[in-house]
Design a protein around this ligand. Structure first.
Ligand code: ARG
Length: 565
């Protein structure tokens, strides 16, 4: 919609001059507004309000008939536009008929995007930060999918590095197969901890760890088998979590996949003069980028995280020819990615695809504290999900004391997970998140459960009506109805905006506002009791359209919409 208005204005201003259209927060300033006249004033050397007046006349004379009901100029030079009810009704009909396709587009048709997210480290527990990562990455993948991109969801597992030498030493000394099989991640974490404790008094352990890792790198059968087993057991546990979160991946290649490319890659960088030797190590100087040199080989010959990421970009570009690669990973890796992208620039790789570090802030417990247990241990992702599910169960049982236990369980799971996701996504990704369980699960505030509840409520109306009969959309005219239609119209632009800013907090807000308007309409209008059947059915059309947009929007956030809650 914004685009249509922009196009209309652009006919009357110097070519190439931007005409930014905004959606005013208050309806008295119109459905859309622009300050283009104010921006033009210094160039045209005229009073902004005069320019606005002139533009208004020109637009009124040329705009498609019936598009605007009103255009107003407001000092010092704003132009405010109102769409006509007639136009809004026409749009409503299209939205209603498009059902679940409304909002989706094919802007990205023929283009591929790799969305790398989650990327857990093998043998290490998933914590709230990983939850934020997985939830954000999954929703961004959904956004691009909705825009017609071919999306590759990539879990770049942390499955290589010297830490595996430590784990192998610890396992050989103190490990127990059964314990790992029973609770893989907890048992492996305990082994790491023991290793570090013991290494404080026994210096030979670190040496042994390096030896074991070297053995692993050179293909030693025993170590290879152990490593594969650690990986398998970890993945079993991660996958349980992904299932709960509804997160799926197309590619599971992690750091170890690039292991064999390390030696030739380092040699190539040296040969091309991109890298230099420095005190036995190999580095890529990055002073041109105001960065510290990128270390790609340690003096003991081991490759690094950065080295594997260089190989990783190359492989992705060659195999997938993506238009964009998104790396979803927290703020704390900013420096690594600045180095990586600088190296990509030296190699000309950033000309082949856009590379974006999708960073995000911290996740903190209530009161802004670190997420840890009373004993000081980091709270695991699983514990967080268990808690939110239990809290959701209380909400659901309170609302439906009579619901069968099995059904209540299922609904509680989608309400709990939905609450957690929404709470994570509603914050701008650069901001830290401070947990507030009550807000997260509230049925009336800006929360996942509130949106699910609204969807269920509107679905109930449609169900009760049984069918939508002959409708006459001209019977819709009251301000609540027209405000709802206008809000529906904004949906596609919100999805595009998410793709531009690589974040979905605008969608979370949009859906909340839509739900508020939907509830206000529901609460102020006696829908099913209407004797005027053509109006009754027109209102059902509107409700059905709202319900579908809520559902599509929630599904982009990765949140399900049960018909009952
Ligand atoms: N496994 C890493 C970690 O947890 C994150 C990987 C990020 N992606 C990348 N291509 N380096 O710290």
């Amino acid at each position: 919609m914004k685009e249509l208005i922009e196009k209309t204005i652009k006919e009357f201003i110097p070519s190439g001059f931007p005409a930014e259209i905004s959606i005013p927060a208050h309806s008295e300033f119109g459905h859309y507004s622009t300050n283009v006249a104010m921006r033009l004033a210094p160039i045209e050397k005229k009073a902004p309000l005069n320019i606005a007046e002139e533009l208004k006349e020109k637009i009124l004379n040329s705009a498609p008939k019936g598009l605007f009901s009103k255009i107003e100029t407001v000092a010092p030079g704003f132009l405010n536009f109102w769409l006509s009810d007639e136009f809004l009704r026409k749009e409503l009909l299209a939205i209603y008929k498009n059902k679940k396709k409304f909002g989706r587009s094919n802007i990205g048709k023929g283009k591929r995007i790799i969305v790398e997210h989650s990327s857990n480290n093998i043998a290490k527990p998933m914590h709230v930060g990983h939850l934020r990562n997985t939830i954000l990455g999954d929703s961004l993948a959904n956004v691009f999918e909705a825009l017609g991109y071919k999306v590759v969801r990539w879990n770049y597992l942390g499955d290589w590095g010297t830490q595996f030498g430590k784990l192998i030493v610890a396992y050989k000394l103190w490990g127990n197969r059964k314990e790992i099989e029973k609770e893989p991640i907890a048992a492996m974490t305990a082994l790491y901890i023991k290793f570090h404790d013991e290494a404080k008094s026994d210096e030979t352990l670190e040496v042994k760890a390096r030896e074991e890792f070297q053995k692993l790198e050179s293909g030693n059968k025993e170590n290879r088998k152990l490593w594969e087993w650690f990986k398998k057991e970890s993945l079993l546990e991660f996958k349980k979590m992904y299932k709960l979160l509804g997160a799926e991946f197309d590619v599971w290649l992690g750091e170890s996949f690039y292991e064999r490319q390390m030696t030739p890659l380092i040699a190539e960088m040296l040969e091309k003069g991109i890298a230099v030797k420095s005190e036995g190590a190999v580095v890529i100087p990055l002073d041109k980028y105001n960065l510290l040199p990128g270390l790609i080989q340690k003096s003991d010959g081991a490759s690094l995280y950065l080295t594997r990421d260089i190989a990783n970009i190359r492989y992705r570009l060659k195999k997938y020819k993506p238009a964009k690669i998104l790396y979803v990973i927290g703020n704390e890796q900013t420096f690594q990615f600045e180095q990586l992208f600088a190296v990509a620039n030296i190699l000309g790789l950033d000309k082949l695809a856009e590379l974006h570090h999708i960073k995000y802030g911290l996740v903190l417990a209530e009161g802004g504290k670190k997420f840890s247990t009373r004993e000081g241990r980091v709270v695991s992702a699983e514990e967080v999900i268990d808690k939110v599910k239990a809290l959701a169960k209380e909400v659901v049982s309170k609302k439906n004391p009579e619901m069968a236990a099995k059904k209540a369980d299922k609904i509680s799971e989608s309400v709990g997970v939905g609450a957690l996701k929404y709470f994570n996504l509603k914050e701008h990704r650069h901001s830290d998140i401070v947990f507030d369980w009550e807000k997260m699960l509230s049925l009336s505030g800006q929360s996942g459960p509130y949106l699910q509840y609204t969807f269920a409520r509107l679905s109930r109306v449609i169900k009760k009506a049984k069918r939508i009969g002959n409708y006459d959309l001209t019977r819709l005219s009251n301000p609540e109805e027209m405000a709802l239609v206008k809000k529906l119209l904004d949906f596609p632009e919100e999805i595009e905006k998410s793709a531009e800013q690589f974040g979905v907090n605008n969608i979370t807000l949009y859906l909340y506002e839509l739900a508020n308007l939907g509830n206000r309409f529901y609460e102020t209008t006696p829908i099913l009791k209407d004797a005027d059947k053509a109006r009754l059915n027109a209102r059902l059309v509107l409700i059905d359209a709202v319900r579908n947009v809520l559902k599509t929007g929630l599904s982009i956030l990765g949140i399900s919409s049960p018909e009952e809650i």
